[in-house]
Ligand binder design. Sequence first.
Ligand code: ZN
Length: 196
Amino acid sequence: MYPVSLEELINEFEKLPGIGHKSAVRLAFHVMNMPEAKVEKFIGAINKAKTNVHLCAKCQNLTDKPLCDVCASEKRDRSTICVMESPKDVTALEKTKEYNGLYHVLHGAISPMDGIGPDDIKIKELISRLTPEVTEVIMATNPTVEGEATAMYIARLLKGMGITVTRIAHGIPVGGDIEFADEVTLARAMEGRREI
Ligand code: ZN
């Protein structure tokens, strides 16, 4: 239907999350109409992000420095670690300005149905951070079946280590996504967390 190179571009766009065929065609045609310099800038931004951004050596969040801003900050409370599924969840909670502890990003949740086990997410990395300085671990995984299973798994691992494990409470709708929760809801959920 279209020249082969244009078909290929449409195909690549279609592989992106949330992009259907129609949107892919629209984006590809948009690129065709962009001035050369803007296309170069776009490609450069993709390359730069991919090259410079890596996981924080401590919390596994995305950063372009050796340690992310939260881990590097001297103002954060090092006794509390909030465990979340994705970097986007951390951004959402940071926006509430209600939390002053550290984070740990799992990059997913345990999901036997999808073949994702405990070793496939950053649980080992969390365990290795649990120095005596850490007194509370807040399980702020999504309130989904996978998120709950992950919270319970980690809570069991931490049992007997002298660390209080809490789970964020009501506020986030079941089956919902922390990433899309509004700030007030997310702040309430943090306040209402309970020991598990
Ligand atoms: Zn970090």
